[in-house]
Design a protein around this ligand. Structure first.
Ligand code: ADP
Ligand code: MG
Length: 216
């Protein structure tokens, strides 16, 4: 079973994420219409379509260059909060990977951690604020713990995926303290956060891409 990932797996990750965002665009927008301005699905779909086009056109040679290209494209094509936040996430992952041609589990863990740190640097979200942080941080933590407990790359990603979905679900009873949803105060309670929902798709897509690569 392979424990190193080449550029093709990262390309596949982005493609799968773009497809799942396209498939769930209306659901993401419905979540954002309850506690925001009904554009999270269209924001993410526009950004990911542009990102897929950009990597198809420029064919970045390394995982780091590919993720950086995705990040730059998201920052420049998505106007909402999610553009700079997801853009920073991908840019920081790209920078963390540098120009390595293949990525091992520890390097992927470091890149995900750097991406999470970037989201925090940008948006200042903390646990319980009802944002994408509440899905991403538990996923990154679960990935780290699985690896430090001797787990494989696949074990780590299965744990990260479970944690991201649990984190997404945990946002429903939270009161929003960041972003547009915070303007609603207590009325934000009882709705699942759109950004945490798209982040669970991000981690699901990573698990799928790595699983597909390992099956080959
Ligand atoms: P906008 O809020 O500008 O309309 P989107 O609808 O695309 O942008 O994205 C909203 C999502 O962005 C929220 O559901 C939340 O998860 C995330 N978000 C908003 N502000 C922050 C922040 N400061 N830190 C982390 N995530 C945030
Ligand atoms: Mg919105």
């Amino acid at each position: 079973m392979t424990e190193t990932l080449g550029t093709a797996v990262f390309d596949d990750w982005v493609q799968r994420f773009a497809q799942s965002i396209a498939d769930q665009r209306d659901d993401l927008t419905a979540l954002d219409s309850a506690i925001g301005d009904a554009d999270h699905g269209s924001n993410m779909d526009r950004g990911l379509r542009a990102a897929v086009a950009a990597i198809e056109e420029t064919a970045p040679a390394t995982p780091g260059a590919l993720l950086s290209k995705v990040g730059m494209t998201l920052v420049s094509t998505v106007g909402g909060a999610s553009g700079p936040l997801y853009g920073t996430l991908f840019l920081r992952m790209g920078t963390s990977l540098g120009d390595t041609a293949t990525v091992g589990p520890e390097q992927l863990a470091a890149a995900l951690r750097a991406g999470l740190d970037g989201v925090v640097a940008r948006g200042k979200a903390e646990a319980g604020d009802k944002t994408m942080y509440d899905a991403l941080a538990p996923a990154v933590d679960a990935f780290d713990s699985a690896l430090s407990g001797g787990g494989s790359l696949a074990d780590g990603l299965v744990a990260a995926h479970k944690a991201a979905e649990a984190g997404r679900d945990s946002t429903t009873p939270m009161q929003a303290r960041k972003g547009r949803a915070s303007y609603l105060g207590e009325r934000s309670i009882g709705h699942q956060d759109p950004g945490a929902t798209s982040t669970a798709l991000l981690i699901a897509s990573l698990l799928e891409a790595v699983t597909a690569a390992e099956a080959q």
